[in-house]
Design a protein around this ligand. Structure first.
Ligand code: BYC
Length: 356
């Protein structure tokens, strides 16, 4: 259902639904398949399975199934790209922030996102993919990044809505990732989540201030919430019954909750905060369901999500174009750094030769 389009790596899919009775039945078509299903796990596989069963961490030096490695590279690299592309909608407002204080805060936030991207690229590199490969996939439009960053930021209130809604969704999604089974990913998430929670507060505070301002400022804040609310709910991914990766990722303790569970938790978090600010969440069907102990809500427009994933969102082309230009403009820095490293290595070699 969800288009692979120009945001997808072709060969990185882990087998989905592995371990479910249905999947095994549907794949048991020949004696050869049977022998695969029934064979004893190797000692390395058994050790991996034990670590997962004990809810322990897998480290880069440990043996891991190829599909586990690939699914982590897929998720971590997408996450890293999201942080890097996610700098663009906000950087749009650095030069136009309404005060020096707001400008300084926004610059610090955008800089934090760059840092998150770097931790995550480093975590992905421990799995055997290089930074250059990931960057090529991104600028050639072959990699996914979060759908949310394909929307424009026409007003200052968008800085508030991004902080409150986008960083808020990110925290909901990412706090459980601090316990992801892959060590370098989980550890990177701990630091990222601390910074994201500050980001969310600054977004809340921007909107709160606007909501206490003039009528025009209140309208601007409400308009931003109206535009970002539904895309923020889509950040959690497709509904559970259409999420091909969830079952396996949860079995491997990478994901701890399903997409719908996290989405529901996020809405529950937003409702009281919206009341404090005085903004209205743009869903006429949003109401507490006593029986379910959760909020009922309208159907999400998944066609819009599919369009964005297929590269046809409002700002997809612009985001990739700017990323590609920045990469090309930074070529001289990479060349200078490589040359510096080469000279340093040469000097070290010469020095060690001199000692010998
Ligand atoms: N956008 O089987 P599913 C930030 C794809 S940045 C695009 O449920 P999975 C910030 C999905 O990749 C934080 N694609 O997948 C930065 C899969 O396609 P592939 C961003 C999406 O992996 C700057 C297909 O749909 N956060 O905070 O089990 C400023 C089927 O989905 C999206 C992360 O990256 C989407 N929204 O679950 C401000 C969190 N949703 O790969 C803020 C880390 C789904 O099979 N990632 N797809 O071709 C995750 O937690 C999981 O990967 C997801 C999806 C929950 C997103």
């Amino acid at each position: 259902m969800f288009p692979r389009g120009d945001q997808r790596l072709e060969d990185d899919r882990a087998p989905t639904g592995v371990g479910t009775a249905n999947t095994q039945e549907s794949t048991m078509t020949s004696p050869a398949d049977l022998s695969v299903v029934e064979r004893e796990p190797s000692p390395e596989e058994a050790q991996f399975d034990d670590l997962i069963a004990a809810d322990s961490r897998i480290e880069p030096r440990d043996w891991m199934p190829d599909a586990y490695r690939k699914t982590l590279i897929r998720q971590i690299s997408q996450h890293a790209h999201s942080e890097i592309i996610g700098m663009q909608p906000e950087s749009n407002w650095i030069t136009r922030a309404p005060s020096l204080k707001r400008k300084a805060i926004l610059m610090a936030k955008v800089q934090d996102e760059a840092g998150h991207g770097l931790y995550l690229y480093s975590a992905a590199q421990t799995l055997g993919i290089t930074r250059d490969e990931m960057m090529d996939q991104l600028i050639e439009g072959r990699a996914r990044y979060s759908s949310i960053f394909n929307y424009p930021t026409p007003t200052w209130a968008d800085m508030g809505a991004i902080g409150w809604l986008v960083d808020g969704a990110a925290i909901c999604n990412q706090v459980p990732l601090c316990r992801a089974s892959y060590g370098p990913y989980g550890r990177a998430m701990v630091r990222i989540c601390k910074e994201e929670s500050f980001h969310q507060r600054q977004g809340f505070e921007i909107l709160l201030e606007l909501m206490q301002g003039s009528d025009a400022q209140k309208r601007m804040a409400q308009d931003a919430v109206d535009r970002w609310y539904w895309p923020a709910l889509q950040m959690f991914g497709p509904p559970d019954d259409q999420s091909p990766n969830s079952a396996q990722s949860m079995a491997w303790n990478i994901k701890r909750f399903s997409n719908d569970e996290l989405r529901q938790r996020f809405v529950g978090m937003l409702v009281p905060q919206a009341e404090v600010m005085g903004v209205t969440l743009p869903d006429p069907n949003l109401r507490w369901n006593e029986e379910r102990q959760a909020y009922d809500m309208s159907e999400i427009d998944w066609t819009e999500f599919e369009e964005v994933l297929a590269g046809r969102g409002p700002a997809n082309a612009e985001r990739i174009r700017r990323r590609r230009e920045a990469h090309e403009e930074g070529a001289w820095v990479r060349e200078a750094a490589a040359e510096y490293a080469r000279k340093q290595a040469e000097r070290r070699l010469a020095a060690s030769g001199a000692v010998a």
